[in-house]
Structure formats: structure tokens, C-alpha cells
Design a protein around this ligand. Structure first.
Ligand code: MTE
Length: 302
């Protein structure tokens, strides 16, 4: 499938056949009253093929299940995702513990084809399904003090073998954060499905973030807490290797990772012989998001 610009798309072209076919199963699995809606793909003009579903669901980083890319697909079924509670805390008028179902009730699920660029210099093109994060966050009425929003993901060693491992690579729980204007940007998605189906556990069921102009590690999986705050929150990868991973993590081909270049990327599926392609600033979404960072030195705020 080829990605077209939103203005080139007719609504009938946007929601793919597979999404229509599985619509009933998908909506059943989601909150009551949550409908699947066609929406602009919001991809840029690159002519990109979708990455095969089998790769997107089997080549994963989800350290809670192990360090190997094959571990999440092998072990994530051990995580129980129903019921799913989400705690909302901090600078908002409505805080407390909510069922995911009640948070999503009445919101339309959209399909968005986004390029996804990992900091490890590979990329995919994926039909995610979800709701704009802004629609969810505004339900809690954040106050004027909410300058950032922090996300905490599931800590449940009994079901997540990576959290029980002697060397798990990270401290738990996995935490991430966005500036409020990044979180409220219309491209930022709370993903509940992929390829027209409910999100598989290894991809972050029952919901995960997708911030397409940032490296994949900003997209926390299996979120259990949303915290509105005045101060910049701590983030897992920055805590674990501050020289390598900053808070912003915007895809920026001019700022190399200290151990490798970010100038190019390998689009999956790739073999050793596949040609690399140039990495685009903000992963190609600059037209929509560059203004969020005007006046900022993006080498310093990497
Ligand atoms: N979220 C949690 N909770 N734990 C993780 O280890 N890994 C991140 C991100 N979210 C991670 C996470 C990284 S490094 C990447 S590249 C993406 O998830 C991978 O998402 P995918 O498996 O859907 O491609």
C-alpha cells in the first residue's frame, strides 16, 4: 500500500479493507461506544510501502519481556490486560483511578499510517489505530500548571519476565514524558490497535503512545498512569544513559547517537544488502511539528 498525502485521500481509501473486515471484532474488544472512524492518514508525501504485519508484531523492543527482539512476541501473552486501570494524578481537575474502557468511551478510533523510526536506525511504516491523545487528556481538565505529562507503564514482575531478570537493562517501571504542547499535538496518538486488530500484547496492549516525529522509545507501552506536572519528568532511557538519550528525542539526522550515525535508516524488512535511505528531520513530519521547537537549539535539547 502506498501512503498518500491527506489531501489526496478520499475517506473510502483511508480505512483499509482489513480494518473494515475486522471492525466488529475490533470494536467489541474496545470500550463500549467506541467506534472505528476513517481519518486522514497524516503521512507525508514519501511513497512508502506498509511494513508486513508479521514483522511489526515479532520484531519488538519491550524490555519488560526480555532484551531480545523476539522475546516480547514469545512472552507477552503472559501479561493480563483486562481489566485495565489507569491512575490519573497531578495538575488536573479530574484525577483518580479509571477503567480504560471508561476513559475511551465515546471516542472514535482512527486509522493512521505513520512512519516509525527507532533510535537503532531502522524504520517501519505501520497502520496504527487509536485516538488522539489530546482527546483523552482533555477529559481530565489539566490545569494551567500542567506543563508536562508523564506516563508510567505496567510494573508486574509476576507476568513480565524481564522485570524478574537479574540483568533487565532498565529500572522499572518504564517512564516517559512529553511537553504538554507535544502531547496535545494532533499527530500524537494513543494507540489501541494495529492492522485493523486490537493491539497485540507485544506492541503494548491495551494502549500505548505513538509520537511519530520522535524516536520509538518515546512511545511507552501498556500505560497505567498519567501524571500532569509543572516540571520536566524523568524518562527511562535518559535515566539509563543520559549521554545517549535526551528528553526530547526528536528524530534528527544531524545529531548522531554517540555510538552510531542517525543520518540514514534501514526500512524493514531489510536484508544486509538493502539500500539505506536518508533519515528525515522530525521523521518527515517537520511541516506539522517544527514550530513546536522554534528558537530551541535541538543539538542541546536532543
Ligand atoms: N515501552 C515499554 N513499556 N517498554 C519498552 O521497553 N520500548 C520502546 C517503546 N516503548 C519500550 C516501550 C522502544 S525502544 C521502542 S523502539 C518501541 O516501544 C517499540 O515499539 P514496537 O514494538 O511496537 O515497534
Amino acid at each position: 500500500m502506498i501512503i498518500k498525502r491527506p489531501q489526496d485521500l478520499r475517506p473510502s481509501e483511508i480505512t483499509r479493507e482489513s480494518a473494515y473486515l475486522s471492525r466488529r471484532a475490533f470494536t467489541r474488544a474496545l470500550a463500549a461506544g467506541t467506534a472505528l472512524a476513517a481519518a486522514p492518514a497524516l503521512a507525508s508525501s514519501l511513497q512508502d510501502e506498509l511494513t508486513p504485519e508479521s514483522i511489526v508484531t515479532s520484531y519488538n523492543n519491550f524490555y519488560e519481556f526480555g532484551l531480545d527482539k523476539g522475546d516480547p512476541a514469545k512472552y507477552a501473552h503472559e501479561m493480563v490486560t483486562e481489566p485495565w486501570k489507569v491512575r490519573v494524578t497531578g495538575e488536573a481537575e479530574k484525577t483518580g483511578e479509571y477503567d480504560l474502557e471508561s476513559i475511551l468511551r465515546g471516542l472514535d478510533v482512527e486509522e493512521r499510517i505513520y512512519r516509525f523510526r527507532c533510535v537503532e536506525a531502522w524504520s517501519m511504516v505501520v497502520p496504527w489505530m487509536g485516538v488522539p491523545l489530546s482527546k483523552v487528556l482533555s477529559r481530565f481538565a489539566p490545569t494551567s500548571k500542567a506543563r508536562y505529562v508523564a506516563f508510567e507503564t505496567l510494573h508486574r514482575p509476576s507476568q513480565m519476565r524481564g522485570q524478574r531478570a537479574l540483568f533487565s537493562g532498565l529500572d522499572w517501571p518504564y517512564v516517559e514524558g512529553l511537553r504538554m504542547d507535544e502531547a496535545m499535538h494532533p499527530l500524537t496518538l494513543l494507540v489501541t490497535g494495529v492492522y485493523g486488530k486490537p493491539l497485540p500484547n507485544q506492541n503494548g496492549a491495551p494502549w500505548r503512545l505513538m509520537v511519530p516525529w520522535k524516536y520509538g522509545f518515546k512511545s511507552g507501552k501498556s500505560i497505567v498512569r498519567i501524571h500532569f506536572t509543572e516540571t520536566q519528568p524523568k524518562t527511562t532511557w535518559n535515566l539509563s544513559a543520559p549521554r545517549e538519550y535526551g528528553f526530547y528525542a526528536n528524530v534528527n539526522p544531524q545529531v548522531d547517537h554517540p555510538r552510531w550515525s542517525q543520518a540514514q535508516e534501514r526500512r524493514l524488512p531489510a536484508s544486509f544488502f538493502s539500500a539505506k535511505q536518508p533519515t528525515l528531520m522530525f521523521n518527515g513530519y517537520g511541516e506539522q511539528v517544527a514550530s513546536l521547537y522554534s528558537g530551541m537549539d535541538l543539538r542541546r535539547y536532543f
